[in-house]
Design a binder for this molecule. Structure first.
Ligand SMILES: O=C(O)CCC(=O)C(=O)O
Ligand SMILES: [Fe+2]
Length: 226
C-alpha cells in the first residue's frame, strides 16, 4: 500500500477510500520541523522559554499555511468553489501534539496511541524514520511507512462531515516496538467551536430544507464525535 504525491484527483481518490495521503515538496522548512522535535524535552520544564514558544508558533503558522493550501485541493477534488474551505478555515484554531513512544519489551501487549479516528478537520503528521503509524484500510491494519521529508495528511471527522461523508476519516493507531523509540509531531486543524458547519450547495442536490437541517456548529459535531 503506497501513498505518494498529489494533484487534486489523486487526493480525491485517496479521500474517497481512506482519507490518508502523503505530501512531499511541501515547503515546510525541514530545519523548523527538527527544531520542534529538539524542543520537546524542554516543554516539560515550565516556564517555557520565549525561544521555544517562537519555534512552535512558527511551526503552527507553517502547518496552518500548508493546511489551507490542501483545503484548496480538497475543494477542487469535491467540485466545489476552490476557495470555500480555505476561507472557512482561515481563522481555524489548531492544536499541536508531540508524541514520544519509548521502546517496549512486549510491544504486542502495549498501546502506543490506540485505534481512533481524528475528530478535528485535517491532521498533518510528521513522523521520524522509525515507523509505527498504521491505518485500518480494507479490513486490515496497513503501515504508513516513513518517507524522509514527507508529511502524512489525514481527513478528520469535521471534514468528513463538511464533505457530506464523501471523504473518509479512517481509524488509525501508532504501535511501539522493542528496539527504537519513536517521535511524531501532529498538527490538528479545526474550525472555531462556534463556526457553523454548512454543506457546500453542490454537495446537497436536494431542497433548501435539507440544507437548513444540516446547519450544525462545529462544537456540536465535535461532541458527537468524541
Ligand atoms: O504518532 C502517530 O503516528 C499517530 C498519532 C495520532 O494519530 C494522533 O495523535 O492523533
Ligand atoms: Fe490520530
Amino acid at each position: 500500500w503506497q501513498l505518494r504525491m498529489l494533484p487534486s484527483s489523486l487526493i480525491r481518490s485517496s479521500c474517497l477510500s481512506h482519507g490518508f495521503f502523503l505530501v512531499t515538496n511541501h515547503k515546510v522548512d525541514a530545519y523548523l520541523i527538527q527544531l520542534a522535535y529538539d524542543h520537546v524535552d524542554h516543554l516539560f520544564n515550565l516556564p517555557i522559554e520565549e525561544k521555544i514558544k517562537v519555534v512552535y508558533q512558527k511551526y503552527n503558522e507553517a502547518m496552518h499555511g500548508l493546511a489551507l493550501s490542501i483545503m484548496e485541493l480538497l475543494a477542487i477534488g469535491l467540485g466545489v468553489d476552490r476557495m470555500l474551505y480555505r476561507e472557512f478555515f482561515e481563522d481555524a484554531v489548531s492544536v499541536m501534539r508531540t508524541n514520544l513512544y519509548p521502546t517496549c519489551q512486549e510491544p504486542n501487549l502495549s498501546l502506543g496511541t490506540g485505534p481512533h479516528c481524528d475528530s478535528n478537520a485535517l491532521t498533518i503528521l510528521h513522523q521520524d524514520l522509525v515507523g509505527g503509524l498504521d491505518v485500518f484500510v480494507d479490513n486490515k491494519w496497513q503501515k504508513v511507512r516513513p518517507i524522509p521529508g514527507a508529511l502524512v495528511i489525514n481527513i478528520g471527522g469535521v471534514f468528513a462531515a463538511l464533505s457530506n461523508g464523501i471523504y473518509r476519516s479512517s481509524l488509525h493507531r501508532a504501535v511501539v516496538n522493542s528496539h527504537k523509540e519513536r517521535r511524531s509531531s501532529v498538527f490538528f486543524m479545526c474550525p472555531r467551536a462556534d463556526k457553523l458547519v454548512k454543506l457546500a450547495e453542490e454537495l446537497v442536490p436536494t431542497s433548501e430544507g435539507a440544507q437548513e437541517s444540516f446547519r450544525i456548529s462545529h462544537g456540536q459535531i465535535y461532541s458527537k464525535l468524541l
